[in-house]
Design a protein around this ligand. Structure first.
Ligand code: 5RP
Length: 234
């Protein structure tokens, strides 16, 4: 059986088929996105011309090291395509993202893109979202009030479970945007759209990791091949 790194590389390499010369490209965050960046860099070295927008400081740094051209989203606010990883993907192309803490920039970049291709190995495919805790990016001000607001909003939808502040070692994890992340272990989320709306209605919530209408395509790597799925026609 192929190991995890090989599957990520396989997904990244297969995603290259979506990238055309001259494209304005959103570039994701995480280990699968990193595998994609490495194969993309090979193509750039041999002449592929793209202009990238990074979804995190980490991604921007790696692109810089590997010679993948990067501009800011303000310099190039409309993109042809974003390629990014996910923590979970269901049959309706709904995602949980943010395991790497970059969900806010990832969502802004995906929203600015005509298409979003999700790259993952088959372990990320689920029937119902929620085994992976939903990352929720929150403002540090009034953290406890925001926490209570999230808990009550979830309870109204019949969801409960631990909500923990993400740490980096002994300190709170701070996002690229200077916010905190609460990881909500709700378990199965049958009404993801309702939860998304309810979380957005809590004032201290900056953004959450439910990506419900973004993915246009998915590239799923398995040990015996790569499956490409389309949510909408190209
Ligand atoms: C980062 C993300 C990542 O795309 C997601 O966590 C998947 O990461 P990996 O490819 O390392 O499993 O959303 O915020």
């Amino acid at each position: 059986m192929a190991d995890a790194a090989a599957l990520k590389e396989k997904a990244g390499r297969a995603a290259l088929s979506f990238v055309e010369d001259g494209m304005r490209l959103g570039i994701g965050t995480g280990s699968t996105a990193e595998a994609f960046i490495r194969v993309l860099a090979e193509k750039v070295t041999t002449g592929l011309r793209i202009t990238g927008v990074a979804t995190s400081k980490r991604t921007a740094e790696l692109c810089g090291e590997l010679g993948v051209p990067i501009v800011t989203l303000d310099e190039m606010p409309e993109l042809d395509l974003t390629i990014d990883g996910a923590d979970e993907i269901d049959a309706d192309f709904r995602l949980i993202k943010g395991g790497g803490g970059a969900l806010l920039r990832e969502k802004i970049v995906a929203a600015a893109s005509a298409r979003m291709v999700v790259i993952a190995d088959a372990s990320k495919c689920v029937e119902t979202l929620g085994a992976f805790p939903v990352p929720i990016e929150v403002n540090g001000f009034g953290l406890t009030a925001t926490y209570i607001g999230i808990r009550k909003a979830a309870e109204r939808l019949g969801l409960s479970g631990e909500i923990t502040m993400r740490l980096a070692g002994a300190e709170p994890f701070i996002t690229d945007n200077g916010h905190l992340i609460l990881d909500a272990s709700f378990g199965r989320i049958p009404q993801a759209e309702a939860l998304s709306e309810a979380l957005h209605a809590v004032p201290g919530v900056v953004e959450h990791g439910l990506f419900l209408r973004y993915a246009s395509d998915a590239v799923i790597a398995r040990s015996d091949g790569v499956e490409v799925r389309h949510n909408r026609p190209a």
